[in-house]
Ligand binder design. Structure first.
Ligand code: ADP
Ligand code: MG
Length: 265
């Protein structure tokens, strides 16, 4: 059994603190959902864990089975068992997904096995084979890019996958195929998943063990699967409402001290 552990993670981008103390532990086979308002830092969290340049880590740790990932280049994090399905998959002209998977050091499969695995994955999620030899994500629709991410996940078989809005751009049938495939991976290969989403429909096939509310740079509440439905229905007002930033020292914010406060509140 493996464990992805995030402790006290703080990070900034261009001098602005976006992650302000994230604590989270995902075990093999578990699915954790992260739901939160736009701009709250969910993608930043996924990028900082995966090692995308441009962020300053201010503190905390991210480990897989005790191995510290922070400070490692992205490819070594992948080698340690991490996979990120990006919210906006990158287009890489000149490099086909098959080239990328063949070059990956995150799999021990030989080229023939990779080809077989790619074809099987493409079939299981309805991804057209013709894209396997075309430049990675170039001229693909949003949904095709997301399927391409899922295909890579299926071939590379990481220990932990972060899915950043994997459902955005997928139509209902594609979403069912992709989320079913990933659910299979959690039960058959003990994949651990951190699924960032706005919509509980992702969880019709991919069943979350825990749902976290992420806002203001940290996890503010965690609960069972029903929390996802509640959030989709009633939004995040309870966590982000009129109160911009309650702290221990100032439980009631002073409306006159905040030039952007709503005067009617
Ligand atoms: P979410 O995924 O929850 O919608 P993001 O993590 O994408 O949120 O963004 C969190 C905040 O960080 C936003 O206010 C966004 O504008 C800001 N941000 C993210 N990346 C950068 C960047 N490279 N430069 C400046 N600001 C950024
Ligand atoms: Mg995002």
């Amino acid at each position: 059994m493996s464990e992805l552990v995030i402790e006290g993670l703080r990070a900034s981008v261009q001098g602005k603190v976006i992650l302000d103390g994230v604590d989270l532990a995902v075990s093999s086979g578990q699915v954790h959902a992260i739901m939160g308002p736009n701009g709250s830092g969910k993608s930043t969290l996924s990028h900082v864990i995966a090692g995308r340049p441009g962020y300053e880590v201010l503190g905390g740790s991210v480990t897989i089975d005790g191995v510290e990932l922070l400070g490692l280049p992205a490819w070594q994090r992948a080698e340690a068992g991490l996979f990120l399905a990006m919210q906006y998959p990158t287009e890489v002209p000149g490099v086909a997904v098959s080239d990328m998977l063949m070059a990956s050091r995150s799999t021990n499969l030989d080229p023939d096995e990779i080809r077989q695995a790619m074809l099987a994955e493409a079939e299981s999620i309805g991804f057209d084979e013709k894209f396997l030899e075309r430049p990675l994500n170039v001229d693909l629709s949003g949904g095709e890019k997301k399927r391409n991410e899922a295909l890579q996940l299926g071939v590379l078989k990481p220990k932990f996958a972060i899915l950043d809005e994997l459902d955005s751009g997928l139509d209902v049938d594609a979403l069912r195929m992709v989320s079913h495939r990933i659910e299979m991976e959690t039960s058959e290969s003990s994949l651990g998943v951190l699924a960032i989403t706005h919509y509980s429909r992702l969880f019709e096939q991919l069943h979350p063990d825990v749902v976290h509310v992420f806002a203001r740079g940290k996890i503010l509440e965690s609960g069972g699967p029903s929390l996802a439905d509640e959030l989709e229905e009633s939004g995040y007002e309870r966590w982000v409402g009129a109160d911009p930033e309650p702290t221990e020292s100032s439980p009631t914010p002073d409306p006159f001290g905040d030039p952007f406060a709503d005067p009617l509140v």
